[in-house]
Design a protein around this ligand. Structure first.
Ligand code: NAP
Length: 292
């Protein structure tokens, strides 16, 4: 990722709307490559390259923030009413800019429950949860906006500072066993690098409006937890069957166990040629372990 190919130039200016976990990683990766990157958060912070955008409090970015912007990545989830905060507050403004690209981070929750089967971008979305229906509505609104948007559907995001190691350290771990249940996941570095790869090669690769970014090996949560305990050299607690654990789970935690799917990355990794840094949870967690 050291050479900047022709599709991106140092003249590009990026705005990252919603500089949370993924947005922050993306911003840092771009800055290391020498790009100008401004990031938003809902309240003022010390970072001179950060600005405030809060759709719910109606705090809009100052107009100079948009000067010369060529690329935008939105990492902001739907608001409590199901509206996309960026489209709701900034669509008119965005339409006045000479944007080359907008990325939108969505979720693989829009596919719903496939009973463990593989699911890809050509499969019709079939959201099971209300929040995933809202997300699908936001995706549609982005597509219909006429803006040059590319949507990235993401499974569970993990990486340094946000992985099973933190759950273990903070006593938040629950070792739950549910037969045949798998989860898909993606290391945050692969989200950033895959998107930058697509931008660097934009002129030569066919454009797909919706792309999954997931690793090669969806698997059970218990495998992941066991692997972390092995790396820590500590015995894993005895698993609890899902049926026994479910009444103690929060509604959001429980909802994740109600869907079972394997998210295909063939479009990204075979058709478009992106090479994952962390092909599976073992490689990704080793990286997290070094940063615990
Ligand atoms: N976490 C996962 O495993 C996962 C999986 C699949 C998809 N996703 C989706 O992928 C995207 C990025 O995920 P993430 O985990 O990196 O996100 P995150 O850390 O939760 O960051 C979300 C960002 O959105 C900002 N934000 C939230 N509501 C806003 C509003 N009304 N107006 C302006 N800004 C607002 C937050 O501002 P502050 O910085 O001020 O808090 C934060 O910067 C999200 O849409 C998320 O739902 C996440």
């Amino acid at each position: 990722m050291n050479n900047i190919a022709s599709s991106l130039s140092k003249k590009n200016k990026f705005l990252i709307l919603g500089c949370g976990y993924s947005g922050n990683f993306f911003a840092k990766t771009l800055r290391r490559l020498g790009f100008t990157v401004l990031t938003s958060s809902r309240s003022i912070n010390q970072d001179p390259d950060s600005f405030v955008f809060n759709s719910e409090a109606n705090i809009m970015p100052k107009k100079e923030i948009f000067d010369g912007v060529t690329h935008i990545l939105s990492c902001i989830p739907p608001d409590k009413n199901g509206n996309d905060p960026v489209l709701k507050s900034l669509k008119t403004k965005l339409k006045t800019l000479s944007l080359e690209w907008i990325g939108y981070l969505s979720t693989t929750g829009v596919y719903g429950n496939t009973q463990g089967d593989w699911v890809s971008e050509i499969d019709p979305p079939n959201p099971f949860q209300k929040r995933s229906q809202k997300r699908l509505n936001c995706e549609k609104e982005w597509i219909e906006s006429g803006l040059p948007v590319q949507i990235f559907r993401l499974p569970g995001i993990y990486g340094p500072g946000r992985s099973t190691f933190e759950a273990i350290k903070n006593n938040k771990i629950r070792v739950i066993l549910k037969k045949d249940q798998v989860f898909s996941r993606i290391h945050v570095a692969d989200i950033a690098n895959a998107i930058i790869y697509l931008l660097q090669n934009k002129d030569t690769l066919r454009f797909y409006q919706i792309i999954n970014i997931g690793d090669d090996e969806p698997c059970s949560q218990i495998e992941v937890i066991q692997y972390c305990y092995d790396l820590l050299g500590v015995k894993m607690p005895e698993p609890i069957f899902f049926e026994d654990a479910k009444n103690d789970l929060s509604p959001i935690a429980k909802s994740f166990w109600m869907e079972n799917r394997r998210v295909s990355n063939k479009l990204l990794c075979k058709t478009l040629g992106y090479k994952l840094i962390y092909k599976n949870y073992k490689l990704g967690l080793k990286n997290c372990f070094l940063n615990v």
